[in-house]
Ligand binder design. Structure first.
Ligand code: ATP
Ligand code: MG
Length: 265
């Protein structure tokens, strides 16, 4: 399986990364990988919770219809809902805008023992905000460094950060948006505003490339996931999460002393 881990400072040309890549994994094999990882994750999440030492924070970014929701649904299908928080970041409210851009994000960072998922994130503040000139350039330009400092703080506090960019082609987005128009059960998802973002596709790709170059750090790397094929996307993301959780070498806490002498009447 292949997904691209961006090295610090690495310049990525998204046009050169195949969104339909599957690294010759078959659909059946990929589904088996996901099923196995869903089970492993259930077990790992239990230890994460019991130990209460680490936090796993998964950041998902993509263009509209890029598959963030589907990824969360598939990959988290086995874990205990009590151990997971999902935060979807929408356009900021008036209250959020009255604070610094990381204020709402920091509040959503989960506690030790938890898995947190960000469906969109603080990266919107250097993506849509930049592409649509929502703040002056001199403001958004400073944010990459603020983001790196913020993420370093999280990592220093025992948080493991995984950042995934779901890379779909413009053609695949067209098909998925068209399906939202054509299929009655999907119409509720259609947002005419998505077409305005689609029209700025190239600007978004450029903004993403800058994010990868500036904000993929040793502490908190970015992964670029070929995501035209949902089954491939799910297999590689679940594999990365499981490998990362295993590397934490988590343990159940020691039981209280003397349990072997307890007799329950
Ligand atoms: P779906 O895939 O179901 O459409 P979504 O994540 O696109 O889900 P929406 O409510 O459609 O959810 O869109 C949220 C919108 O909020 C996105 O267009 C996103 O770019 C925008 N947004 C998020 N954070 C910010 C921010 N900090 N500033 C401005 N806009 C933001
Ligand atoms: Mg949307």
């Amino acid at each position: 399986m292949s997904l691209l881990k961006v090295e610090p400072g690495q310049k990525i040309k998204l046009a050169e990364v195949d969104p339909a890549g599957t690294a010759s994994l078959t659909k059946d094999a990929a589904k088996a990988v996901l099923a196995q990882n869903v089970k492993r994750m259930a077990k790992l999440q239990e230890v994460l919770y019991a130990e209460g030492k680490h936090t796993l924070l998964i950041v998902l970014q993509a263009m509209d219809a890029g598959g963030k929701d589907g990824t969360i649904r598939s990959i988290m299908s086995g874990v205990n809902p009590q151990g997971v928080t999902v935060t979807s970041f929408k356009a900021p409210t008036a209250e959020e805008l009255a604070h610094d851009f990381l204020w709402r994000v920091h509040q959503a960072v989960p506690a030790r023992g938890m898995i947190g998922i960000f469906n969109r994130s603080h990266y919107e503040d250097v993506l849509i905000v930049r592409v649509k000139n929502l703040v002056p350039k001199k403001v958004w330009q400073t944010r990459y460094q603020h983001i790196n400092n913020f993420e370093q703080l999280l990592v220093d506090s025992g948080i493991t950060l995984l950042k995934f960019y779901l890379h779909i082609s413009k053609e695949e987005q067209k098909e998925r948006l068209q399906a939202r128009l054509d299929e009655p059960d999907k119409r509720w998802k259609f947002n005419p505003g998505d077409l305005a973002e689609r029209a700025r596709w190239d600007d978004y790709m450029h903004a993403f490339e800058d994010v990868f170059e500036k904000c993929s750090t040793k502490a908190a790397p970015w992964y670029i996931v070929p995501a035209d094929k949902k089954w491939y996307r799910n297999a590689v993301i679940s594999e990365t999460i499981v490998k990362t959780m295993e590397s934490l070498e988590m343990k159940y806490p020691e039981p209280v002393a003397g349990l072997d002498k307890i007799a329950i009447e």
